[in-house]
Design a protein around this ligand. Structure first.
Ligand code: MD3
Ligand code: FE
Length: 203
């Protein structure tokens, strides 16, 4: 089911369900080459969400700032390639949401365990913010919040479930958003975890 949850933001409920097992197998292979790690913010805080990337560009943060980098700072090697299936799925989801010809070059993979959260932020490190971002949720449910262009704008809450895909384009592309602390629970495929993939055009 396709629902507009904000200006330019379209949720495709359960859209990735038929691909969940293969997506998770691909995430495991990526994490074997580029392990999940807790990055440090420019302010010196360790993030509660563990992250890795695949694709030509990977999102990183450290004391020097936020940026996309071609190599994994942990291994010194390029990020694992973006699986063709990720690119195809993101392009199809973007198309279903009304965004033509989306060609991602980066996929940030976030892993949440109970209590992990992501504070309200904007995604601003991509060169051309005219491209949408496609997010894919797997595992435990999350309460996602999104506001507006200003940090102080009122926020709406949306629950993201296993298999949900959201395409963020148009005005929503620069909206503040975050994830509330993950509630404890056990998912049949992922155990006490949630994994979120965001497919992006970084460069
Ligand atoms: C709205 N991830 O990786 S996915 C992120 O669940 C991020 O891990 C969250 O925020 C997560 O940057 C939320 C939904 C999402 C992703 C990117 C967006 C919403 C967005 C970019 C712009 C606006
Ligand atoms: Fe974000």
């Amino acid at each position: 089911t396709r629902e507009e949850i904000g200006p330019g933001a379209v949720r495709l409920r359960g859209w990735a369900l038929p691909r969940a097992v293969e997506l998770l197998a691909a995430v495991e292979a990526i994490a074997a080459a580029a392990p999940f790690r807790h990055m440090v913010t420019p302010g010196g805080f360790e993030m509660s969400v563990a992250m890795t990337n695949c694709g030509a560009a990977g999102w990183v943060t450290d004391r020097a700032g936020y940026r996309y980098a071609p190599d994994d700072p942990l291994t010194g090697r390029p990020w694992p390639p973006l699986p063709v299936a990720f690119g195809d799925l993101a392009q199809a989801a973007a198309g279903a949401a009304g965004y033509r010809d989306f060609q991602p070059d980066a996929c940030l993979i976030n892993r949440y365990e109970p209590r992990a959260r992501l504070t309200l932020h904007q995604d601003r490190d991509e060169r051309d913010k005219g491209h949408p971002i496609v997010s894919l949720s797997l595992g435990l449910p999350a309460i996602f919040q999104f506001g507006g262009l200003k940090r102080a704008d009122p926020v709406r809450r949306v629950t993201l479930l296993h298999g949900d895909v959201v395409v963020w384009g148009g005005a929503a592309r620069l909206f503040h958003h975050g994830v509330l602390p993950l509630k404890d629970g056990t998912h049949p495929l992922l155990g006490k975890r949630r994994v979120n993939l965001t497919l992006r055009r970084a460069w």
